[in-house]
Design a protein. Structure first.
Ligand code: ATP
Length: 210
């Protein structure tokens, strides 16, 4: 039986924006993945910040943004867990569900590269799946030479082979939240149905947390 390729795309998606869906579609093409699974995170183990929208709102916005893209799927796996899931745990669960003939790819933007050494059991993660670093507007193209002191060359070469030169889309969720909180336009950054949802539910109106 031929191998299958599945790409997993984790993040807070607070909210999901056109940058996410554009690079995900490009990465899927590059990998030859039959699907991309969007996996919203409960809360980053590295950032001491709660997402500003509720889990249900973030799920609903992702569902709206990916509707119509047959190869895009949504998983609430991490949100259903009692505690935040480490990426390695999520990857292992998906690998177990899909079986050993499926190659798992995990997508990350280039803004995360400096944090990699702090990820939970990162060496195992790199060795067990295909960690793909995607280009991101405003950040240097991924370069792993700085990790030569901590990782063997085969690990660094694997990371370098899995770099994906995705289109540079200068959008971030933080910028969208800031713009909405100060009454500015975000039309070109969001899927129209996500923009409608945000307006209808009054999300991100104020920076003051309840
Ligand atoms: P925030 O501004 O709140 O930090 P974000 O826009 O970076 O959010 P996340 O939900 O944190 O969005 O991102 C999920 C994943 O998508 C991360 O790996 C991030 O690097 C990547 N990503 C987000 N926006 C882009 C983009 N415009 N181009 C490439 N990768 C992106």
């Amino acid at each position: 039986m031929a191998k299958r390729e599945i790409a997993l795309f984790g993040g807070t998606f607070d909210p999901i924006h056109l940058g996410h869906t554009t690079v995900a579609a490009d990465a899927a093409k590059h990998i030859g993945a039959e699907k991309i699974v969007f996996i919203p995170a409960k809360r980053s183990p590295l950032k001491d910040l709660f997402p500003e929208a509720s889990d249900d709102d973030r799920l609903a916005m992702i569902a709206l943004a990916i509707a119509g893209e047959k190869s895009f799927q949504l998983s609430d796996y991490e949100l259903k867990k009692p505690k935040p899931s480490y990426t390695l745990e999520t990857i292992r669960q998906f690998q177990a569900d899909y079986g050993s003939r499926t190659l798992i790819y995990w997508l990350v933007g280039a803004d995360s590269i400096n944090e990699l050494p702090r990820w939970y059991r990162i060496a195992e993660l790199i060795d067990e799946c295909n960690l793909c670093i995607m280009f991101r507007a405003g950040f240097e193209p991924p370069d792993f030479a700085k990790f030569e002191a901590i990782w063997p060359s085969r690990r660094i070469e694997k990371l370098q082979r899995n770099v994906i030169q995705t289109p540079l889309i200068n959008i971030s969720s933080a910028e969208i939240r800031n713009r909405l909180a100060t009454g500015r336009d975000v039309t070109n950054m969001l899927h129209p149905s996500v923009a409608d949802y945000i307006h209808k539910h009054g999300l991100y109106q104020s920076k003051v947390k309840p």
